[in-house]
Ligand binder design. Sequence first.
Ligand SMILES: *[C@@H]1O[C@H](CO)[C@@H](O)[C@H](O)[C@H]1NC(C)=O
Ligand SMILES: *[C@@H]1O[C@H](CO)[C@@H](O)[C@H](O)[C@H]1NC(C)=O
Ligand SMILES: *[C@@H]1O[C@H](CO)[C@@H](O)[C@H](O)[C@H]1NC(C)=O
Length: 503
Amino acid sequence: MPSSRSTLRPIVALAATAASVAAGPCDIYASGNTPCVAAHSTTRSLYNAYSGPLYQVKRTSDGSTTDIQALSAGGVANAAAQDSFCGNTTCLISIIYDQSGRKNHLTQAPPGGAASGPQPGGYDDLAGATGAPVTLNGQKAYGVFVSPGTGYRNDGTNGIATGDQPEGMYAVLDGTHYNGACCFDYGNAETNNLDTGNGHMESIYYGTCTIWGTGAGNGPWLMADLENGLFSGSNPGQNTADPNLTNRFQTAIVKGEPHQWALRGANSASGSLSTYYSGARPSASGYDPMSKEGAIILGIGGDNSNSAQGTFYEGVMTSGYPSDATENSVQANIVAAKYAVSSLTSGPAVTVGSSISFRATTPGYDTRYLSHNGSAVNTQVVSSSSSTALKKAASWTVRTGLGNSGCVSFESNDTPGSYIRHNNFVLYVQAGDGSKQFNEDATFCPQAGLTQGNSIRSWNYPTRFFRHFANNGYIASDGGPHDFDNANSFNNDVSWVIGKSFA
Ligand SMILES: *[C@@H]1O[C@H](CO)[C@@H](O)[C@H](O)[C@H]1NC(C)=O
Ligand SMILES: *[C@@H]1O[C@H](CO)[C@@H](O)[C@H](O)[C@H]1NC(C)=O
Ligand SMILES: *[C@@H]1O[C@H](CO)[C@@H](O)[C@H](O)[C@H]1NC(C)=O
């Protein structure tokens, strides 16, 4: 501290330091004169003074909803309130509230030009509420796990950039949850759910889609969805300065102003931001000036292209083009929030290496066990006097999850190398082929049973659980669109007693 300063200065400086430590991401953007005009997070408050609702969950047992708040102003979400509200049933994330005060909330996305969703009216799916557990500074919270078909949107926003107005945005994502389909996005999109042309979007994209731009290696990459193109740099094609990313928690930044845009990223758990691109707008017509429309999307493309997957924990959109320095402070705040992995499983232990059976618990069906006949998964009555072949068909070995080591896979005891996997939500026993799709479809996260024992949640579709329906095997969601999703008897049909294998 220079000796020429008055004795009051150090006190002022200390107070300013304390305030900046406590500041949330949106306090930091505001002090940089690029305030948040939308602030979404299911994990924490993004302003140090925000104590309103973070998100709403809807439970399937009675259709009722509750708002989840932070434990304290500026704090981490009250995950225990969700766990208690959702006990013995399943819950969906029905609203992600805007913390900026502009009411730019995200709700179930309607059908669009490219795709309709699987829900009534062509709406997209809502995310299951328990698919993305994490901790922040040791406190449990849940992110938004977007399976293919899941999407959120707001077409009637307030304060979001339109036309060629400058804006910034960041998101914290799960860098290990992605695919190559279009498009896991967060940001600015069309207000009519249609592709209205080049430059009508400006949003963060994360994944391995190679239709337009690419980065280094095989991805996944952070890119910008500017409509009719995912851009890793100035123009479609490869930008080797856009790295393939391997962080479990990934900070993603896209910002744009007239004649200029930038792509930046960092490990959300440590370190600082790198700039992957900063420069001119794409040269094709329509991108300079931009024609941003100001809707907000999450998990989908601007025309509701909804085949992608990913996980969102928090993100904001700003008014004005944030400085790199402001974003660097936001990254420091994210690191200080200390995102870390949390257990994906609960309930009675399902131990890797053990040989098990699954007994149905639905009254009238509780002598039946999950079994298979060829590739078809079904339930069969099995007892100590059954044939050896049937006993073996109803016996499984627990393996480390092929698609996520925090969950498990089930290898067939009579067909080594073959695993239970789902395809179009039907269960099959098939030989592992090592592909990302097979591995993810064969990964399941046992949790406390909805009525007893365990319920076996699909890792990549966490609204769905092992269910027997007409004695065949599915992954089913409570009250979902298929016959096997029927709400009648759902809780019993998805609750299994896991015991020793027969053979
Ligand atoms: C992706 O990045 C990691 C870490 O930088 C590197 O080890 C790996 O080889 C890269 N993979 C591909 C396919 O580019
Ligand atoms: C297995 O499927 C075949 C062909 O559908 C059928 O003939 C046979 O009875 C089934 N076996 C069992 C044990 O269900
Ligand atoms: C709720 O689930 C727990 C955990 O599986 C179970 O022990 C309890 O019996 C269930 N209660 C009801 C009413 O089903």
